[in-house]
Design a protein around this ligand. Structure first.
Ligand code: PHE
Length: 480
C-alpha cells in the first residue's frame, strides 16, 4: 500500500484508514452496485418458487418480516463495519475485534469461493438459454422431436427436460461457466469505479425496465389470472413451520447478499458522508421489489400455457424447463420474450457474481498485497476450477448451494450480528456518521444482540444437521 490519499470524487468521501483506497464515484453508484449484488439468480430462480410452494402471499408476508427484522439489521451491520474500517472483510474484522476475528473474515472469503463456483455455472446456463432461444434452438426442430399440435405439450416438456440435462452438465456447461467467469474477472480487474460501478450503472436500470416490461406483457396473456392466483393464494397454515422459516431466512440472506462480506466489502468503498440506514432500506426494498415482480412474470406465463403441473418438480424445473417450454409454445413472441427473460437473468447474475469475486479479490489485495489484476486473475481462475464438479453434476451443485446457504450465510450472519452487537466498540457511533437524526439505532442494536441471534440460532439448529446429511448422502451415493 504505497499510494497517496484518495479524495473520493463526487463527495463519496475520504477514507480515514487505508490511504489510496478506491471509492465509489457517487452514492447512486454505490446503491446501484449493491442492488446489483443483491438482485440476481436468487430473485428469479428461487423466490417465486418458494412463494408458490410455501403459502403464497402468506410466505411473502413472512419473507418481508424476516427481511426487516433479520436481514436489514445484518445489512446495516455489514455496512457499518466495512465503511468504518475502510478495509476488506478479514482486515475489517481484525481492525474492530482483534486478531481472532480474522477467522470469520476467512469464512467469508471461503463462502465467496464456494458460492461463485456454482453460481457461475448456473449463470452459464442462463447465457446458453438466452442464445439458444434467440436463435430459435428451442423451437420444435431445435428440440429434436416433431412437436405438432396442442396435445404435444407433454412431448415438448420431456424434450425440454432432456435438453436441460444436456445443457446443465458436461464440458459445454463448463465452457459457458468459464466464459462467464472470464467476464466477471475482467470487470472486477477494471476496479471499483471503472469496472464494478460502471457495469451496474448500465445493467441495473436495464434489468429493471425489462422485468417490468415482461410483467406487463405477462399480464396481458389469457389465463394470467390463474397464475396470479397460484402465486399469491394465501395460506397461513403453510408458513407456520420451522422449515418454512428456515427457507425464508436462507432466501433472505442469499438474496440480500448477506452473511459473507459482500455488502461489507462494498461498504468499505464508501465515504463518511454516506447515509447507511437509507442505503440499506433502498437496497433491501429494491431486492424485494424485483423478486416480487419476477413472480408476476413467471407464473402468468406458465399458467397461460397450462403448464402448471410441471412447476412442482424442482426450483430449477420451473425456470429452466417449464418456462422455456412456455416460450417455445408462444412462437415468435416467445422467442423475443424468452430471450429478454434470460438476458435479465444474465444481467442479474453478472452484477451478483462481481460482488462475490470482489470479496475474495479485495481480501487478497489487502491481505497478500497483490495487485487488483493479479488477485482477480488468480482467484477467478481458482474459482473457475472449483466449479468443475458443479458443472458436471446438478446434484453436486444443489449440495453446494445448500451448504452455502444453510451453513455459510446463516452462520456468517449470526457471527456478524454477535460481533457488531457485542464486540465491536461503539457501533452506534459509527452508524450515526452521515445519518444524524436517525432515532432507531438503539433498536438496531437490540435486534442485533437478541433477535437476530435467536432467529438464526433457531433456524440453524434445524438446517445444520440437514445440510450435513445431504453432504453425507452425496458422498455415500452409490450408482445403482
Ligand atoms: N444476492 C445474489 C442473488 O440473489 C447472490 C449473492 C449471494 C451475491 C451472496 C453475493 C453474495 O442472486
Amino acid at each position: 500500500m504505497d499510494s497517496t490519499g484518495s479524495e473520493g470524487a463526487g463527495g463519496a468521501g475520504e477514507g480515514q484508514a487505508a490511504p489510496g483506497r478506491e471509492h465509489w464515484s457517487s452514492r447512486a453508484g454505490f446503491v446501484l452496485a449493491a442492488i446489483g449484488s443483491a438482485v440476481g439468480l436468487g430473485n428469479m430462480w428461487r423466490f417465486s418458487y418458494l412463494t408458490a410452494e410455501n403459502g403464497g402471499a402468506a410466505f411473502v408476508v413472512l419473507y418481508i418480516a424476516v427481511t426487516l427484522l433479520v436481514g436489514l439489521p445484518v445489512m446495516l451491520a455489514e455496512l457499518v463495519v466495512g465503511r468504518g474500517a475502510q478495509r476488506s472483510p478479514v482486515r475489517a474484522l481484525v481492525h474492530f475485534g482483534g486478531e481472532r476475528w480474522s477467522l470469520l473474515g476467512l469464512v467469508f472469503v471461503a463462502a465467496g469461493f464456494l458460492i461463485l463456483a456454482y453460481y457461475s455455472v448456473i449463470a452459464g446456463w442462463t447465457v446458453r438459454y438466452a442464445l439458444t432461444i434467440l436463435f430459435g434452438g428451442f423451437g420444435p426442430e431445435g428440440l429434436g422431436s416433431a412437436v405438432p399440435g396442442a396435445e404435444s405439450g407433454q412431448a415438448l416438456g420431456a424434450a425440454m427436460g432432456a435438453r436441460f440435462a444436456e445443457i446443465a452438465e458436461g464440458p459445454v456447461a463448463f465452457a459457458y461457466h468459464l466464459a462467464f467467469m472470464a467476464c466477471t474477472v475482467g470487470i472486477v480487474a477494471g476496479g471499483v469505479k471503472a469496472g464494478i460501478e460502471r457495469t451496474s450503472l448500465v445493467l441495473m436500470p436495464l434489468l429493471f425496465l425489462l422485468v417490468c416490461g415482461l410483467a406487463v406483457y405477462a399480464g396481458t396473456l389469457k389465463g394470467a389470472g390463474a397464475g396470479y392466483a397460484y402465486y399469491l393464494h394465501t395460506d397461513f397454515s403453510e408458513v407456520l413451520s420451522r422449515e418454512v422459516l428456515t427457507e425464508a431466512a436462507g432466501q433472505a440472506f442469499f438474496s440480500l447478499s448477506l452473511g459473507m462480506g459482500a455488502i461489507l466489502t462494498y461498504g468499505s468503498y464508501l465515504g463518511r458522508d454516506a447515509h447507511l440506514p437509507n442505503s440499506s432500506l433502498m437496497i433491501a426494498g429494491a431486492d424485494m421489489g424485483i423478486a416480487f415482480i419476477a413472480g408476476l412474470v413467471v407464473f402468468p406465463m406458465i399458467f397461460a400455457l397450462g403448464l402448471s403441473e410441471a412447476v412442482g418438480a424442482s426450483t430449477v424445473g420451473a425456470l429452466f424447463i417449464t418456462l422455456p417450454q412456455a416460450f417455445a409454445q408462444m412462437g415468435g413472441v416467445g422467442r423475443v420474450m424468452g430471450t429478454l427473460f434470460f438476458v435479465v437473468l444474465v444481467f442479474g447474475a453478472l452484477t451478483s457474481a462481481i460482488s462475490l469475486l470482489e470479496v475474495v479479490v479485495s481480501s487478497s489485495m489487502d491481505g497478500l498485497g497483490w495487485t487488483r489484476r493479479r488477485s482477480a486473475l488468480v482467484m477467478g481462475g481458482a474459482i473457475a476450477l472449483l466449479g468443475i464438479p458443479a458443472a458436471w453434476s446438478t446434484e453436486v451443485l444443489g449440495v453446494m448451494d445448500g451448504v452455502a446457504n444453510n451453513l455459510f450465510l446463516l452462520t456468517g450472519g449470526l457471527a456478524l450480528s454477535l460481533f457488531v452487537g457485542w464486540v465491536m466498540p461503539n457501533p452506534l457511533g459509527e452508524a450515526e456518521v452521515g445519518a444524524q437524526g436517525v432515532r432507531w439505532f438503539f433498536l438496531w442494536r437490540f435486534l442485533l444482540r437478541f433477535v437476530v441471534p435467536a432467529v438464526l440460532g433457531f433456524v440453524l439448529l434445524d438446517a445444520i444437521p440437514d445440510t450435513f446429511r445431504s453432504v453425507a448422502d452425496l458422498f455415500s451415493a452409490k450408482p445403482g
